[in-house]
Design a protein around this ligand. Structure first.
Ligand SMILES: C[S@@+](CC[C@H](N)C(=O)[O-])C[C@H]1O[C@@H](n2cnc3c(N)ncnc32)[C@H](O)[C@@H]1O
Length: 274
């Protein structure tokens, strides 16, 4: 659990004048932890893709369904959720601990605002355990070796590594595929990878620059990827049914919300380590 010193120093590092991916996402989900710069960037995104809000909600619903699958059918008890986002409804620990009260969750995000809101995340269940640390996914060793992570996750037992809606903030020249391979190598057979990623495959008329522009002043660039490029993140692991698909098509369990434009611009999938 972060001590109050960590939380205070994180609060001091929050820059409200620059758009942050976590706060743009929070705004699009209808949250309150965002500032004018974030809202402006989010509204620009909505102009490029009128279905952004609905697509983001569909993405979040995919995450809930996939975590439920992991905690129930797949029998996973520990979750390393990297690129956590600001707490909202249906957070990983809530979904996992509802299915299995003993489930343990380590959250990782590089935005100090997520740490500040960590206390809300750390409610956990009586038996399950939840922690949150501030770290950057581009430094896997710092995450895998972090004492708080090691206290919650036993890397000799199957782990669900969650990288939901985060890898599109890592450009190719920063080696996102090699980074994911490092996390995949750190967990044993039977571990799972839950991954989702923004794509422009459903909107060929939109140029990558249009999608990236709202993030130009942000703390991270936006890099949509094709199905083939996202699929490579799962190399060597077995995708569970229905594979890597548009998030709304991944084991839907309720009627689909209407999305202007017809598509959530994101792929999602879950794979198991042989
Ligand atoms: C769009 S939100 C996704 C939140 C949640 N995973 C979900 O799918 O609903 C992306 C999150 O990734 C975080 N993030 C972006 N780049 C990151 C990095 N290099 N390392 C760790 N977290 C990062 C952002 O701060 C933000 O909270």
């Amino acid at each position: 659990m972060p001590d109050s010193m960590d939380t205070r120093s994180a609060a001091a590092r929050i820059n409200t004048s620059i758009p942050h991916p976590a706060r743009i996402y929070d705004y699009l989900l209808g949250g309150k932890d965002n500032y004018a710069a974030d809202r402006e960037a989010a509204e620009q995104l909505v102009k490029v893709s009128p279905g952004t809000r609905e697509g983001v909600r569909a993405h979040r619903a995919f995450l809930r369904r996939a975590v439920r699958h992991l905690a129930t059918e797949a029998g996973i008890t520990q979750f390393l959720d990297i690129g956590t986002g600001i707490p909202t409804q249906g957070n990983t620990h809530e979904v996992a601990q509802e299915a299995n009260p003993d489930a343990r969750v380590a959250y990782v995000d590089n935005d100090p605002i997520v740490l500040v809101h960590g206390r809300a995340l750390l409610t956990g269940s009586a038996t399950g355990r939840t922690t949150v640390i501030e770290a950057d996914l581009r430094q896997p060793e710092a995450i895998l070796g972090h004492p708080e992570v090691k206290a919650v996750i036993d890397f000799t037992q199957p782990v669900a590594v969650i990288l939901a809606g985060v890898l599109h903030f890592v450009p190719d020249d920063e080696g996102p595929h090699a980074t994911v391979e490092r996390f995949k190598a750190a967990v044993p057979s039977g571990s799972h990878l839950l991954l989702s990623h923004i794509t422009l495959d459903f909107a060929p008329q939109v140029q990558q620059e249009e999608m990236s522009k709202p993030y130009d002043k942000s703390t991270a660039p936006m890099v949509p990827r094709t199905h083939a490029d996202v699929l490579r993140f799962f190399d060597g692991w077995q995708l569970v049914e229905p594979g890597l698909v548009e998030v709304v098509l991944w084991r839907p369990d309720e009627p689909r919300e209407y999305i202007p434009g017809g598509h959530a611009w994101a792929y999602g999938g879950v794979a198991v380590k042989p």
